[in-house]
Design a protein around this ligand. Structure first.
Ligand SMILES: NC(=O)c1ccc[n+]([C@@H]2O[C@H](COP(=O)([O-])OP(=O)(O)OC[C@H]3O[C@@H](n4cnc5c(N)ncnc54)[C@H](OP(=O)(O)O)[C@@H]3O)[C@@H](O)[C@H]2O)c1
Length: 298
């Protein structure tokens, strides 16, 4: 029997932050958490879009507790401002869903000088998690969910040139960022255990889900998505399973069960050897601390 959202307990009294929650998988994750009576914070870069998402959730669930706080993961200044705003309003955090992402844009650097996919998909979330750790650590049974992808298998991590100063490949940069998210999820869990904290770090991927993410993909490929992939609502289920599943342990990775993990019911899945390389994960952690200036669980 696979996990379904009906297996999840009521979330009354709990609070979740979801990055990139105005659309796609983040929106569907927020909607289902709100349906379970979780207080949901939509952490989005565009407040007009996030207010629109809030109104859509309230239209479907008029009693939902939904809040919008601005967060641009492409900017460490914005990440710090988000944490400051959140911490002034709340002193606990049950679920941090590191969902926001971009895929295969033209080359650009963030205001901090990071390749944009590494900045948005990974480094912004690394900093966000570290700055929110004090709240997570004091909230019993809290979890951090990091979104990876089948694309984590596309490449290794380019320690010598992580920002693609030489020879940008938008595909490799996306694969690298999603590998980093998965290495981070596992390393974070190891460090949480070593520190004796009860927070779990887990990872999830949605297979192939019909969202806006593929806007930079060749049209011919996106036309195939409905044939092999699944809806955004179905794609959000591995994230929800990772966040709420009672049989989930720290360090688990969840994804769809069928068609090479491209679609289907959420189950625990495996990942490649590079994602599980502990020496590389430690190196990535230290590199991320130096890049972001956010140091934790050292
Ligand atoms: N869809 C798939 O098949 C698939 C497969 C594997 C993994 N994933 C992962 O799933 C996650 C969600 O993707 P999705 O498919 O739902 O894509 P999506 O529909 O394009 O949604 C992405 C979300 O991330 C937000 N975002 C982008 N840049 C941001 C920034 N700098 N700061 C804050 N938020 C930002 C977007 O905001 P705006 O609306 O303002 O752009 C949007 O809310 C990503 O991490 C992606 O890598 C998706």
């Amino acid at each position: 029997m696979s996990w379904t959202i009906h297996d999840a307990e009521d979330q009354t009294g709990r609070i979740a932050i979801i990055t990139g929650a105005n659309i796609g998988l983040g929106f569907d994750t927020a909607l289902e958490l709100a349906r379970k009576n979780c207080h949901v914070v939509l952490a989005c870069r565009n407040l007009v879009k996030s207010e629109h998402a809030k109104q859509e959730i309230l239209r479907q669930l008029p009693a939902a507790l939904i809040e919008c706080i601005a967060l641009d993961l492409n900017s460490l200044k914005s990440v710090r401002k988000f944490v400051d705003t959140y911490s002034k309003k709340h002193d606990t955090l049950d679920l941090l869903i590191n969902n926001a992402g971009i895929m295969m844009p033209p080359y650009s650097l963030s205001e901090d000088g990071f390749e944009s996919q590494l900045a948005t998909n990974y480094l912004g979330h690394f900093a966000l998690t570290g700055l929110l750790l004090p709240l997570l650590a004091k909230t019993p049974t809290s979890r951090v969910v990091s979104l990876s992808s089948l694309a984590h298998k596309w490449v290794g991590f380019r320690f010598e040139d992580p920002h693609f100063k030489r020879g940008y490949s938008k595909r490799s940069a996306y694969g690298q960022s999603k590998l980093a998210c998965l290495m981070f999820a596992y390393e974070l869990d190891r460090r949480l255990r070593a520190a004796g904290l009860n927070t779990y770090s887990v990872a999830a991927h949605p297979g192939v889900s019909a969202t806006n993410l593929a806007q930079n993909f060749p049209k011919i490929l996106t036309a195939l998505f409905p044939l092999v992939g699944q809806s955004s609502a179905a794609g959000a289920l591995p994230t929800l399973y990772a966040a709420l599943g009672e049989d989930i342990q720290g360090g688990d990775y969840c994804g769809p069960r069928s068609l090479g993990e491209m679609r289907g019911a959420p189950v625990k899945v495996g990942s490649n050897r590079a994602s599980r390389n502990e020496a590389d994960a430690k190196r990535l952690w230290e590199m991320s601390e130096n890049m972001t200036g956010v140091r934790y669980l050292g």
